[in-house]
Design a protein around this ligand. Structure first.
Ligand SMILES: [Zn+2]
Length: 90
């Protein structure tokens, strides 16, 4: 059995141990924490991206474009239903 040095606290850990008996450090936990940090960083980036869009007025522009698209779609559907049932509008 070999003794390894814990990456986190520097204490001695058996190479067979799942986690450090001194600080609880383990590869799984380190991996878990790394993923959380990664997710946090991603959502921070999205936040920054959104703020940039908001500041440049781009967000407003996109919202308006989406609204217009929706309105156009509703109009199409409405017109279609009129064309299918011409008797209803006379
Ligand atoms: Zn440790």
């Amino acid at each position: 059995m070999a003794l390894l040095k814990c990456r986190e606290c520097g204490g001695q850990v058996s190479s067979f141990a799942e986690s450090c008996p001194h600080c609880g450090y383990s590869k799984e936990r380190a991996e878990y924490l790394r993923r959380i940090a990664e997710e946090r960083e991603k959502s921070r980036q999205r936040e920054i991206e959104l703020e940039k869009l908001e500041a440049s007025g781009e967000l407003d522009r996109r919202r308006k474009a989406a609204d217009e698209q929706r309105r156009a779609l509703y109009t199409d559907i409405l017109m279609d239903s009129f064309h299918c049932n011409p008797g209803h509008i006379s």
